[in-house]
Write a protein that binds this ligand. Structure first.
Ligand code: DLL
Length: 433
């Protein structure tokens, strides 16, 4: 059973009808209860009754992350406190935290969405799902936990960290699916190697459920090759619920968005005008079934496109390209746009280095200095200066081909760059200080 919801295959006209009904209900609800939304609608001269078709969504104002920060903690809460069963707050590492109160219904819809992802990957009863996403001030842990239980998996909540213990439990309990960030899985693979654990031989691990940060197709191929598991992609964000908003079915290189719950739009990030399916822009979501803190036209900053064609798997939920970049991750270096994922792609083309890297930007009196620090694979480590120089040149050539930039390449010894148990921080931009 690879599907647990009839809505996966809902004929498109029925899906659009359902979305419109939900949108009309949501806009009326939010207008009545959330002052900021009502004020913005009034400023634009739009009333809930003006939403007569799905295209009318473009009449509504956008929401952005700073709205959540400005209204922190509860200014965007639509439901009365008696209906709230859970708060999901961010850790606020980049400023004031955000806080998303959830109703019981919100938590149930989210669990269903995440369970649909897991079912689509082929998981079900009998699977042991080890959840190594963080559980506190992050939605990854509880999102996968509730989704796994809803589907009937045996859930093993380990949270992030304690890698050797993770591996011990994985073997002892016969974990078949592991959920964590892809960068943490890279670290788990390294520790396993040191301990002499071969995933194929010594574990029952078959599925990796990876998300919460961009990871390239090259990284996915490396993970699958080195571990023998299938690396599934899962996407989501705290403001819209958490993990489980979208996931891949394996038939196309993209992720189905559960659009009966989360209505997607792509807009031009400059003009904010809606773009047709097929065109790349910023992903915007409206939460059709959330009532604690509904989001209407929430700008995610994630850059992608919606596929104009239907997926061969038969599901009618639209597919988006895998998220490789956020508009606010883009670095402008020497006038050139640079995304960290481009460096990852370049490095994965050079077999003697690991995809452990750091991008360091330092202001100088003339041009900013761009440095890429990258770890050499232990098998390729040598103190022969000539060999190292030649490797450096190959890394530089790979980076230059993909980015057009010629950074300073610094080769560092295996294991010397920081590892991550959650989302990895790849960029140190000293220009911002
Ligand atoms: O990262 C929720 C999540 C947890 C998703 C576990 C998947 C797995 P936030 O901390 O609010 O929520 O961060 C959301 O992370 O806007 C994207 O930029 C990025 N992101 C999430 N999933 C993916 C993915 C969680 N599969 C932000 N690929 C989003 C690329 C992702 N980027």
């Amino acid at each position: 059973m690879n599907s647990i919801s009839d809505n996966d295959y809902l004929p498109i006209p029925e899906l659009r009808k359902l979305q419109l009904e939900k949108l009309q209900r949501l806009v009326a609800y939010e207008y009545e209860r959330v002052a900021l939304f009502r004020r913005r609608c009034d400023e634009k001269g739009v009333k809930p009754r003006d939403i007569a078709s799905l295209d009318d969504i473009a009449k509504l104002p956008f929401m952005v992350k700073t709205d959540l920060r400005d209204e922190y903690p509860l200014g965007l809460t639509a439901a009365p406190m008696e209906e709230i069963v859970r708060f999901h707050c961010s850790s606020g590492t980049t400023g004031k935290p955000i806080c998303i109160p959830n109703t019981k219904g919100d938590v149930e819809v989210w669990a269903e969405a995440t369970a649909r992802c897991l079912a689509m990957y082929g998981l079900g009863k009998g699977d042991v799902l080890q959840v190594a996403y963080g559980y506190g001030l992050f939605t990854g842990g509880l999102g996968l936990h509730y989704g796994g239980e809803k589907l009937g998996c045996a859930v093993l909540p380990t949270s992030a960290g304690n890698t050797e213990k993770q591996l011990m439990l994985m073997r002892d309990l016969g974990t078949t699916a592991l959920a964590c960030t892809p960068s943490y899985f890279l670290h788990i693979m390294e520790v396993a190697k040191k301990l002499g654990i071969d995933f194929r031989r010594d574990t029952k691990l078959r599925h990796g459920i990876f998300g919460a940060e961009p990871w390239t197709d090259e990284m996915r191929a490396k993970i699958e090759r080195d571990s023998g598991i299938v690396a599934h992609d899962i996407y989501g964000l705290t403001e819209i619920s958490g993990p489980g908003v979208a996931a891949d079915c394996g038939r196309t290189n993209g992720l189905h968005i559960w659009e009966d719950h989360y209505y997607p739009e792509i807009v031009d990030p400059e003009t904010l005008q809606p773009l047709p399916d097929g065109e790349k822009g910023e992903l915007v979501f409206t939460t059709l079934d959330r009532f604690g803190t509904p989001m209407i036209r929430y700008r995610t900053r994630d850059l992608t496109r919606l596929h104009p064609e239907q997926c061969p798997c038969g599901r009618t939920a639209r597919v988006m390209d895998r998220i490789k970049a956020r508009s606010d991750d883009m670095l402008i270096v020497h006038g050139v746009n640079l995304f960290p994922s481009q460096i990852e792609t370049a490095l994965l083309g050079v077999p003697e280095v690991e995809p452990h890297y750091q991008i360091v930007l330092t202001p100088t009196e003339t041009l900013d200095l761009l440095e890429v620090k990258v770890e050499i694979r232990s098998e390729s480590f040598s103190d022969n200066i000539r060999e190292l120089e030649s490797l450096k040149k190959r890394v530089l050539a790979a980076v230059k081909t993909i980015t057009g930039l010629s950074p300073k390449i610094t080769l560092v010894s295996p294991g010397s760059l920081p590892r991550s148990e959650g989302k990895i921080k790849r960029v140190i931009d000293n220009r911002k200080k």
